[in-house]
Design a protein around this ligand. Structure first.
Ligand code: ASP
Length: 439
């Protein structure tokens, strides 16, 4: 059995955190491949090493003195080295890094050094081999991740290597230059490694015990989610629940490898399992509630709209022309509504309205701003009668006016439009009815 373990920045921010990680890795011999992030924040107002590196590289690009900033970055690693009493000297590494910064090796190269150096320290601390991600994670010439080349190289390399540390977040292009994934991309590296070695489990260690049913900034101490499917996760993360990089799902999902989100600071907590599918009954009818504020409803009316073929297409073309993506399109007999992000829409509203008039010739258009969308997600909804009834009676009791309802055909989610000011009340009401009273 093989487990791939990825540790996030806060799990590796200090010597103390490194020690916890060491204990976790040593506690289970199946944890064979370790993917570290760069050191993250040690406290709320701290700066991530990745951000320091970007800042430092910006100085290099502006031909300013980079030495003081490099010293600060180095101090972060020295603290870890000294705290762990490691015999490790980064003199030579920092000489190369300084040189490359001066040669303007690119901001991707700069940012990647956070993971690279942390990987060196982690390998030394654990006493296992270090594999540079530039050797095994490959991008093509245009900077797109090269799935097949990576998988072939990595598979062969890991066959020969019983245990290793592979830094997250970056890889190399065919010419050897360094390329990173988008921010938070060490999650993706972990997933790619799990796929290549056909791991039984991909453990993603962070500073929370998995996903919570809803946002703790809205509901105090919400319960955790024990098991969630990839599809449910996608719905919730789209609506703002973030713990894992979205692209981290694809490599393991295809292989049927589950992901377990775990807490480095509470390793005994079971965390959340993310699986392709499960017949385990969910604890509650709903798996999670997420949402976002800041939408506009563009309400379009036209008599006999229902018999006009192509009306929806013409309306949506007006949004496409203005490069605005739409979220939902609930419709009635003579009405058609398009939900869009307020921020995206505001600067272009008049141009969209005139395009709708030109293309679809409606009778009238009305705008309603400051709306929020709440997504109630759960595989359990499909087999439970009355879920929608419970949601809406809870909202009615809480005095929330429902402006839009959209149930996906998968019956995996119900999306509800409310005004921004009712957003928190709506989430509270839905949480209470399903999780607290469990009616
Ligand atoms: N260190 C990188 C970042 O801060 C990547 C990661 O942590 O996953 O985005």
């Amino acid at each position: 059995m093989i487990k791939v373990v990825k540790f996030g920045g806060s799990s590796l921010a200090s010597a103390e955190q490194f020690r916890k990680v060491g204990d976790i890795v040593r506690a289970d011999a199946k944890r064979r491949y370790v993917i570290p992030s760069a050191p993250g924040k040690r406290h709320k107002n701290d700066t991530k090493v990745t951000d320091m590196l970007y800042e430092c590289y910006a100085l290099a690009e502006a031909d300013e003195d980079i030495k003081p900033m490099l010293r600060k970055i180095r101090a972060r690693y020295n603290d870890i080295i000294n705290g762990l009493k490691l015999r490790y000297n980064l003199d030579d590494e920092f000489k190369v890094i300084e040189q490359k910064f001066l040669e303007k090796a690119g901001s991707d190269y700069a940012a990647s050094r956070g993971e690279y150096l942390n990987g060196l320290l982690m390998a030394s601390y654990l006493g296992i081999e270090f594999i540079d991600a530039a050797e095994v994670i490959r991008f093509d010439r245009d900077g797109n991740f090269d799935v097949d080349t990576t998988n072939n190289i990595l598979k062969q390399r890991l066959k020969k290597t019983e245990r290793a540390v592979i830094p997250g977040f970056y890889g190399a292009k065919p010419d050897g230059s360094i390329q990173t994934f988008s921010r938070g991309g060490s999650d993706i590296t972990g997933s790619i490694v799990a796929k290549a070695c056909r791991a039984d489990l991909y453990e993603n260690w962070t500073d929370v015990s998995g996903f919570l049913i809803t946002d703790p900034r809205i509901i105090k101490n919400p319960k955790g989610i024990k098991v969630i499917t990839y599809k449910e996760l996608r719905e919730l993360s789209y609506m703002g629940a973030t713990v894992l990089h979205e692209d981290a799902i694809f490599p393991v999902r295809k292989e049927g490898i589950p992901i377990n989100i775990k807490n480095t600071n509470a390793p005994e907590d079971p965390g959340t399992f993310i699986v392709e599918s499960t017949c385990q009954k969910p604890e509650f009818t709903i798996t999670g509630i997420a949402g976002k504020k800041g939408f506009v409803a563009v309400n379009i009316e036209k008599d006999m709209m229902n018999s006009e073929i192509g009306f929806g297409r013409k309306v949506l073309a007006a949004f496409e022309e203005n490069e605005i993506s739409f979220e939902h399109t609930p419709s009635g007999i003579d009405t058609f509504t398009v939900f869009v992000h307020q921020e995206e829409f505001e600067g272009k509203e008049q141009s969209v309205l005139s395009a709708i008039h030109r293309l679809a010739e409606p009778d009238s258009i009305e705008l309603e701003a400051d709306l929020a969308l709440v997504a109630v997600v759960g595989r359990g909804m499909k087999s439970t009668r009355g879920t929608a009834g419970r949601i809406f009676s809870a909202l009615a009791h809480a005095n929330v006016n429902v402006k839009m309802i959209d149930q996906g055909s998968s019956e995996l989610n119900v999306i509800i439009g409310v005004s921004n000011e009712d957003f928190e009340t709506a989430i509270q009401a839905i949480y209470d009815i399903f999780v607290i009273t469990q009616l």
